[in-house]
Design a protein around this ligand. Structure first.
Ligand SMILES: Nc1ncnc2c1ncn2[C@@H]1O[C@H](COP(=O)(O)OP(=O)(O)OP(=O)(O)O)[C@@H](O)[C@H]1O
Length: 602
């Protein structure tokens, strides 16, 4: 058993936690890049690294990170984008740490709600799923999401895995048939406890009345796992994060677990129950398995065992708090029943809200991420939501706040500083560095401050404190701005002699600071980081092979030639800006304003 992993109940040895770790061995006959790609998917291609060790020791376990598989009842919205952007930032950070990352996302395509939405659009369910699933893929491309695996629960390989899983749970004696009567929320696809419902028996998330249902279904004996779940939560306090959500989950478990139905007699659009084709498998007993079936490569033998051997258990399930019960209670119990390791951690983040209500497809109060990308650019969208919403809590969207934050941080603190510095370097040093960054920073406290803050940001990323990590990196930008303003290299160059030499060193110091920010911020704003990095005279290939350790001070060397300065981030203009600009044209203020847009040198 791997240290720190919760593995409960004796499992067949082939499915035990460690068994899958050996499955990624590189076919050594292949050249390195092709081998890496074959082993872990398209994003490893071109990274030029192979995970085989010379001693044939098994490679370390992959970092398997998942988003929810989004329900294709409607196209994605800013809420779905939020989870996926956060997951992408975490995946990118883990890759910077040189981890072998398997970042899984996808779509959940079965169930009553899908069949109803397909019918409403006049499409058959499969066509409907194809269309909506594709809209997720397109949005992920627009948002710079670099996933490794995209699973659809209508994929054939997934069906095979679900069948195997169902049989295992059946063999464990945890499935039985019974009548069930209760109040059902179609939007949640879940029977609800009457005491958790609002007025008129409304679902608290979807605000729609739940309907009475009576069915003869198959049930999963969740109640059998009461003690094992209590144990899991007590012994692994990091299993559910943030910690206030752990309390919530512990409360649910303590209040007593009830068996839940895992089939539907009235829903045709689903995977048939093995040995009873009159029923289909309940969406959650199907969709959660997508995290495992995603691990299979296309074309390989589709079985549960094979999939588990490809890298299970997941290191982190990133989800919204709405589906915490499924991931932190139902799912681990299901896995225990099937003798499979439970994931390392489940992180339930908060909701993006509009007027205090959760944005969601069912409520229809959503924000279009594609519109935001078209208007403000992908880096702004990624940065704003990760910076502004404390990860784990709810956050309300305001366009005014969006523009203010993005302009202040990305345009002014970062873009303007880079542009001013490169402008000075062009004018005074022919865009060429006269000193190594280590020599230039000798005895300068900014270097130590930057290094300390980078360590702090690393720690924050590791602990999923994404907003705090952004804040720390902006602190570095602020220090850079303070430094250039205090040292005023533009006037030192005018003085010539030693002053000019000192000014040339100061520019190297600022540019090295920018280089470090570009790397450390790249999980959040990959496109902006690439633009900064290439302005500093590096190639895109060099950017793609960067690691967190490259944030160490000293990357810029004497003789490095910088690119022609051009703004790396376009400030978002507002109506007030336009008015200000026209009135300040004839005044000195015009120059100050233009400077804040990253357009002129100091
Ligand atoms: N408002 C939101 N804020 C943050 N994350 C959200 C939000 N809405 C959806 N998500 C993300 O999507 C997941 C739910 O996916 P789903 O496809 O069910 O979307 P949905 O819009 O919540 O659907 P519905 O409104 O029908 O419940 C959440 O667990 C979370 O990861």
């Amino acid at each position: 058993m791997a240290a720190g992993r919760a593995f409960l109940r004796a499992a067949p040895s082939s499915l035990a936690a460690g068994a899958g770790r050996f499955a990624f061995a590189c076919p050594t006959a292949l050249p390195l890049t092709a081998a890496a790609a074959a082993a872990t998917g398209p994003h490893r291609r071109g990274r030029g690294r192979c995970y085989c060790s010379a001693s044939d020791a098994p490679p370390p376990p992959p970092y398997v990170l998942t988003t929810p598989l989004y329900y294709v009842n409607a196209p994605p919205h800013m809420g779905s984008a939020y989870t996926t952007i956060a997951a992408d930032a975490i995946a990118r950070f883990q890759r910077l740490l040189d981890k072998r990352v398997v970042f899984i996302t996808g779509t959940d395509e079965h169930g009553e709600k899908i069949a109803t939405s397909a019918e409403a659009c006049g499409r058959n369910p499969k066509d409907h799923c194809d269309t909506i699933s594709n809209s997720y893929k397109m949005l992920w491309a627009d948002l710079d999401i670099e996933y490794d695996k995209f699973i659809r629960t209508t994929d054939r390989k997934h069906e095979a895995v679900v069948n195997d899983f169902y049989s295992r749970v059946l063999d464990s004696g945890d499935i039985y048939r019974a009548d069930y009567e209760g109040l059902y929320c179609v939007s949640c696809e879940e029977y609800k406890d009457e005491k958790e419902l609002g007025e008129n028996k409304c679902c608290p998330v979807h605000l729609k009345p739940c309907v009475p249902r009576k069915e003869d279904n198959y049930f999963f004996a969740l109640s059998k796992y009461q003690h094992q779940l209590e144990d899991l939560l007590t012994k692994n306090p990091n299993f559910v994060r943030p910690s206030h959500r752990l309390n919530e989950v512990q409360g649910w478990v303590k209040s007593g677990l009830r068996d839940f139905s895992i089939s539907r007699a009235s829903v045709e659009w689903g995977i048939p129950v093995p040995n009873d084709t009159k029923q289909t498998i309940y969406v959650w007993f199907d969709a959660l398995l997508g995290y495992i079936s995603a691990l299979l490569d296309d074309g390989e033998k589709a079985s549960l065992q094979q999939a588990v051997e490809r890298g299970w258990p997941a290191s982190l399930h990133l989800i919204g708090k709405d589906i915490l019960r499924f991931h932190a209670v139902y799912w681990p119990a299901m896995l225990m029943s099937a003798g499979i390791s439970v994931p390392d951690a489940v992180f339930g983040h908060g909701f993006l809200t509009k007027d205090g209500m959760k944005m969601g497809k069912s409520l229809g109060n959503t924000l279009e991420p594609k519109d935001l990308v078209n208007r403000f650019g992908v880096d702004s969208v990624r940065y704003f939501f990760l910076r502004e919403v404390e990860f784990g809590n709810d956050g309300d969207y305001s366009e005014e706040r969006f523009i203010n934050i993005v302009n202040a941080h990305l345009a002014n603190t970062i873009g303007n500083l880079l542009n001013r510095t490169l402008g000075l370097l062009k004018k005074n040093c022919k865009s060429t560095l006269a000193f190594d960054s280590i020599a230039a920073a000798d005895g300068i406290s900014l270097k130590d401050n930057v290094e300390n803050l980078v360590d702090k940001a690393k720690d924050q990323f590791e602990n999923l404190l994404l907003s705090s990590a952004c804040e720390t990196l902006m602190e570095i930008g602020n220090l850079g701005n303070l430094y250039i303003d205090e040292q005023a290299p533009w006037s030192c160059f005018k003085q010539g002699g030693e002053s000019a030499e000192k000014a040339a060193k100061d520019l190297v110091i600022i540019l090295e600071t920018m280089r470090i920010i570009a790397i450390a911020l790249s999980p959040i704003t990959p496109s902006l980081s690439l633009r900064i990095y290439t302005q500093l005279g590096f190639t895109e290939d060099q950017f793609r092979t960067l690691r967190w350790e490259d944030t160490k001070w000293g990357g810029l060397k004497a003789g490095q030639v910088m690119m022609e300065p051009k703004p790396v981030f376009a400030r978002i203009e507002t109506e007030t800006d336009e008015k200000d600009q026209s009135s300040s044209k004839a005044t000195k203020g015009g120059k100050k304003k233009a400077r804040s847009q990253g357009l002129v040198e100091a």
